[in-house]
Write a protein that binds this ligand. Sequence first.
Ligand code: DC
Length: 241
Amino acid sequence: MTGLVVAIDGPSGTGKSTISRRLAAELGLAYLDTGAMYRVSTWWCLHRGIDLTDSGAVAEAVQRIPMQIGTDPAEPTFAVDGHDVAGEIRSTRISTAVSAVATNLAVRAELQRRQREAIAAELTAGSFSGGRGVIAEGRDITTVVAPRAPVRILLLADEQARLERRARELHGTADAGALDATRDQVVRRDADDSTVSNFSTAADGVVTVDTSALTLEQAVDTVRAVIVAARTELAGTQETL
Ligand code: DC
């Protein structure tokens, strides 16, 4: 059987990254965190003192960014020119600024191109997965980056559930103060990001999984079942071709 591409989209707080990473490790697939590529690009622009509202300058900088993204789900790595930025790209400074870069259409075109390249690389023997394939997650993977992926999933969850999860992740609690402190990172950012990609309704052929009422384990089980069913079906198709 040839390699498998699994595309997973959804807003923040749906469990997308955790679920994708866990299942990639379990199924022997690579893991591509495309949101991290927007974060690394933002870090790079700020590091170089570029005004993020100058869309031409931002686009030009991103065209030439020497970004290295490691796709091992056990230890994803993020570096620019050999400098590890894994910690810095999760800072509030980057989380607050990243939408300005992610809504730049020239930046999107460049990062989408690199994402397709990274996905294609995982279908070859010399890659991390040895050709077994990749789980790529983001906001526009099912629709723009890999619309023909054999497995495409949209993860959704209601706003309250997403806010509570992010608050617990960032502040260790989901009390009123933590919810307020998290709101900008979840609600405002999704509103900004949704101006350039639709990740709140499923495109044709995309399976929706609503994780609002699911524990992480239940969400992992549900997504695993979708992937395994598609993989079995694909294997069957290839045998009869
Ligand atoms: O998933 P995340 O929070 O790491 O994403 C960082 C930012 O990048 C967020 O503003 C959404 C945006 N993004 C995007 O526009 N397209 C993607 N495929 C992935 C992320």
